[in-house]
Design a binder for this molecule. Structure first.
Ligand code: GMT
Length: 375
């Protein structure tokens, strides 16, 4: 099968899922063509059967704003035609699903049929897509896709209700490679971060407001009242400065370690005791799954698709978003109960392996591709 994949190439769950899926499909013998404005960051070494096509931007004094969606359409047309793709799978609806629709219409005129599958990831549906300037286009592009998948049951329901869409949407959860994300030896990192044996809370994200990263600092402040604890923050983005400021205001700045963007997450996660994800909106929570696969229990908010991943009182705890006190109480409970912690940690690894392992989820995409191609 020849598959085109379009995604955002930067740090972010949708790009990670798209790239890991493409690599896994290539390993199964598919020919995979990535189409984006930059090389996806998880595509950092040669992979057999994977080809990258860069979308070039045209600048012109009249174009005050980027016309990326249109340049992308032209590149999609070119790649589908010249590489004879069977289908194009776009990740994140805006503008990818719209560009794909346009490309399909252009190719129809040339008598080239192609199928479009759109995977909805999160804020394309719950936040950005709802803006009046995007809503009709997102609804139309979803309805016109030959197949649509969502990364959680929550996101499927939200799409149907928010956009009044009457269409079959297949739920295919996020996945991880448990041969990569697994508990690893971490002594050096642990000694460096917590030289006096402090416990470690960790959070990774792109520091956008929906992630509520400042809440992790407030949780740390509460937990420290009972247990010496450090907080490791991985990633970067718009809220980082506010977090730096808040850490100083709460006088915990010496215990908050900002690592910025990092690639080798397995070591950092394995060194940590609890993963915090206090998001205001989260369609699935890939970062929490990565932590769980490393044996790290998760304390998260109860929003979106998080309850489909975090089993309350089994693999961690969920609380209402913004309820810092409760999240801190849960953290203290886990950190002071060694037996319970071990059970939770083992449950996390088992849940990740049994439900969200790459080997289980990638075939679900392949099966769905076949269904769409035969429809
Ligand atoms: O929707 C976004 O905010 C972007 C997207 C990304 O690229 O980071 O994140 C979403 O997709 C991930 C992969 O499917 C999910 O695990 C995240 O939960 C989801 N983020 C949100 O819903 C905020």
């Amino acid at each position: 099968m020849k598959i085109g994949i379009t995604c955002y190439p930067t740090y972010g769950g949708s790009g990670v899922v798209a790239t890991e899926l493409g690599k896994a499909l290539a390993a199964k013998g598919c020919e995979v063509h990535f189409i984006s404005y930059a090389l996806p960051h998880r595509l950092n070494s040669f992979v057999e059967n994977v080809i990258f096509h860069e979308v070039e931007f045209t600048t012109y004094p009249l174009f005050e704003h980027s016309l990326y969606g249109l340049s992308l359409t032209s590149k999609m047309v070119e790649v589908i035609q010249y590489e004879n793709l069977d289908l194009l799978h776009v990740h994140y609806a805006i503008p990818h699903a719209t560009s794909a629709y346009l490309a399909k219409q252009i190719l129809k005129k040339e008598n080239k049929q192609t199928k479009i599958i759109t995977t909805l990831h999160g804020t394309d549906i719950t936040l950005v897509g709802l803006e009046p300037s995007f809503l009709p286009l997102v609804k139309f592009s979803i309805e016109e896709s030959d197949g649509v998948t969502a990364v959680s049951r929550f996101l499927k329901e939200k799409t149907i209700t928010n956009y009044n869409i009457n269409k079959d949407i297949e739920v295919i959860h996020n996945f991880i490679d448990t041969e990569v994300y697994k508990p690893v030896n971490h002594e050096q990192f642990k000694k460096h971060i917590a030289p006096n044996g402090e416990r470690i809370l960790v959070h990774t994200s792109n520091f956008r407001p929906v992630k509520r990263v400042p809440d992790t600092i407030r949780i740390l402040k509460e937990v420290q009242k009972k247990i010496p604890t450090k907080l490791v923050l991985v990633g970067d983005g718009p809220e980082r400065s506010e977090c730096e400021r808040l850490a100083r205001e709460l006088e915990v700045h010496k215990d908050v370690i900002f690592l910025g963007k990092q690639d080798g997450l397995t070591e950092i996660l394995s060194s940590s005791d609890i993963f915090l994800l206090p998001s205001q909106s989260e369609s699935f929570g890939l970062s929490a799954l990565e932590a769980m696969a490393c044996g790290v229990p998760v304390i998260s908010s109860s929003v979106g698709g998080l309850p489909e991943l975090v089993r309350h009182n089994e693999t961690g705890f969920i609380a209402e978003f913004g309820d810092v006190q409760r999240m801190a109480k849960y953290a203290i409970d886990l950190l002071t109960n060694e037996k319970k912690y071990k059970v939770f940690s083992d449950n996390c690894i088992k849940l990740a392996k049994d439900n969200f392992e790459k080997k289980l989820i990638v075939p679900q995409y392949l099966k769905y591709y076949e269904k769409v191609l035969n429809s």
